[in-house]
Write a protein that binds this ligand. Structure first.
Ligand SMILES: [Cu+2]
Length: 415
C-alpha cells in the first residue's frame, strides 16, 4: 500500500514537472512593483537584429538610470553589473561597454547615476529567445529592462568563440577544456554514486530508518549487522580513491598549467553622464490607478525654468516607456512590447517661465502584464523619469515620485 502510494506520488511529481508549459518569458512580472519602479529606469533600448544565425552578433544598447528614489528597505547601490538577461547560456557575451569604457565585470554605481551600455552577444543555441538588458545590483539582485524576441537559426558552421590568451595562444573558449572538465567531474560523480548505492542497496541504514534512528550517533551496531568491519574497509577504499583523485588533479594542474592567475576584479567608476541642463521643476500632485482599464492618471505641476518652450516627451518607468506621440515615435522608443502611449492634458508646450498643471494619462496592458503598479502594498509609490524637450532639441530627465491611489480593483483569486 505504502509502496503504491509512493509510486503514485513519484509519477505525479514527474508528470507535474514534465507537463509544465514552456515559459513564455523570464517571469519579469514576478518582481514586486516597488522593486521595479523605485530602483532603476531603462530607456532608449535597442536590441538588433532580431533574426540571426548561430555565431552572428546581436547588439544591445540603451541607458539605465539608478533612481534617486531607491527604496530605503534595500541596501544602497554600490556596485553593479550590466548584462544580457537571456534564458540560459544560449548566447555568448563578446563585448561590453559602459559609458564608453570596456566593462569586463561590475563597476561602481551611485544613486542618480546614468549608465549607457552597449553589449554584443553571439547566438549560440538555435531557438527563439527573449533578450533583455539587466542590471545586477549587489545586495538587491537583477533588475531587468525591456526585452525583444530574437530568433537564432541553425548554421552550417560550428559555433566558435576564439580568444587570444596572454601567452599568444588562441583557443576556442566554447569548447576549451570542456572534455576534461566533463570526464573529471564524472569520475568524481561515480565515486559518489558507488558510495550511495553501497549504503542504500545492501545495507539497512536507509530501509530500516526506524531502527537506525534509535541508535546513538557513534554506535556502529555490529550486533544487528548495521555497520561491519568489512564496511569500514570498503569505505576506506572509497576515501583512498577520492584522495588519489585529488592528488592526481592537483599534480596535473600544476604540471600542465604552470602559470596560473587568480580571477581578476576590474572595478571602475564609469564616466559621469549628466541628466541634462535643468530645464524643468516638477511637483507631484498625486496619481490614481484604475485597475479595470489599466489607466494611470498622474497630476503634476511643471515649472519651465529656461527661456524656451518645453514639451513632455516621455514617461519612463522601470522597463516601460510611455510616449507622447504617434505609432512611429512609439516604435522608435524601444522594444515595442514595452512601449505604451502617453496622453498629456493640455498638450500645448509650456512657455518660458510658465508654471502649468498637467494631467498625464497612461493606458496600457503593460501595467498589469508587467505588474508595475503596487496595488496591495503598504507603500503605494511609483517613480519614473519625465523626459522634457525644448524647441532646440535640448533634453532633461526629471525623476518623479508619486503616491498612487487605486480607484478600482480587479477581483483577486475569486471571480
Ligand atoms: Cu523576457
Amino acid at each position: 500500500m505504502a509502496r503504491r502510494l509512493l509510486i503514485s506520488l513519484i509519477a505525479l511529481a514527474i508528470a507535474a514537472i514534465t507537463s509544465v508549459p514552456k515559459a513564455r518569458a523570464h517571469g519579469e512580472a514576478g518582481d514586486e512593483p516597488f522593486l521595479k519602479d523605485l530602483t532603476v529606469a531603462f530607456y532608449d533600448v535597442s536590441i538588433a537584429p532580431t533574426a540571426i544565425q548561430v555565431g552572428q552578433p546581436v547588439t544591445i544598447t540603451g541607458t539605465v538610470r539608478i533612481l534617486e528614489t531607491w527604496p530605503y528597505t534595500l541596501a544602497p547601490p554600490e556596485t553593479a553589473s550590466i548584462m544580457p538577461v537571456v534564458p540560459g547560456p544560449v548566447f555568448a557575451l563578446q563585448d561590453r561597454l559602459v559609458n564608453g569604457q570596456s566593462a569586463t565585470g561590475s563597476f561602481f554605481v551611485d544613486k542618480g547615476g546614468i549608465y549607457q551600455f552597449k553589449m554584443v552577444i553571439l547566438g549560440k543555441e538555435p531557438g527563439r529567445w527573449h533578450v533583455h538588458p539587466g542590471i545586477a545590483v549587489q545586495g538587491t539582485g537583477t533588475l531587468i529592462g525591456p526585452g525583444e524576441w530574437v530568433t537564432v537559426q541553425p548554421s552550417a558552421a560550428q559555433f566558435a568563440f576564439p580568444v587570444t590568451l596572454l601567452n599568444g595562444q588562441t583557443i576556442n573558449l566554447h569548447t576549451y577544456g570542456g572534455q576534461f572538465a566533463w570526464w573529471w567531474s564524472f569520475a568524481g560523480f561515480l565515486l559518489g554514486v558507488a558510495w550511495m548505492l553501497y549504503w542504500t542497496l545492501t545495507k539497512r541504514t536507509v530501509t530500516n530508518l526506524a531502527v537506525t534512528s534509535q541508535l546513538p550517533v557513534n554506535d556502529d551496531a555490529p550486533d544487528i549487522g548495521l555497520i561491519t568491519p568489512r564496511d569500514h574497509i570498503w569505505m576506506n577504499v572509497l576515501a583512498g580513491l577520492t584522495m588519489v583523485m585529488l592528488v592526481v588533479g592537483w599534480t596535473y594542474a600544476t604540471m600542465q598549467y604552470p602559470v596560473r592567475w587568480p580571477q581578476q576584479t576590474d572595478w571602475f567608476a564609469p564616466r559621469f553622464i549628466s541628466s541634462g541642463e535643468q530645464m524643468a521643476e516638477v511637483h507631484s500632485n498625486g496619481a490614481t490607478y484604475d485597475d479595470a482599464t489599466d489607466t494611470l492618471l498622474m497630476h503634476v505641476q511643471v515649472k519651465n525654468l529656461l527661456g524656451s518652450a518645453l514639451t513632455v516627451k516621455q514617461f519612463i518607468m522601470a522597463m516601460a516607456t510611455f510616449v507622447n506621440g504617434g505609432e512611429q515615435e512609439q516604435a522608435k522608443a524601444g522594444p515595442r512590447d514595452f512601449v505604451g502611449p502617453l496622453e498629456v492634458e493640455p498638450n500645448s508646450p509650456i512657455a518660458a517661465g510658465e508654471t502649468k498643471d498637467l494631467t498625464l494619462k497612461l493606458t496600457s496592458k503593460l501595467f498589469s502584464d508587467e505588474r508595475l503598479i503596487p496595488l496591495h502594498d503598504p507603500q503605494q509609490f511609483i517613480a519614473g523619469l519625465l523626459r522634457f524637450e525644448n524647441a532646440q532639441g535640448g533634453q532633461q530627465m526629471v525623476t518623479l515620485r508619486t503616491s498612487v491611489i487605486p480607484t478600482q480593483f480587479r477581483s483577486q483569486y475569486l471571480p
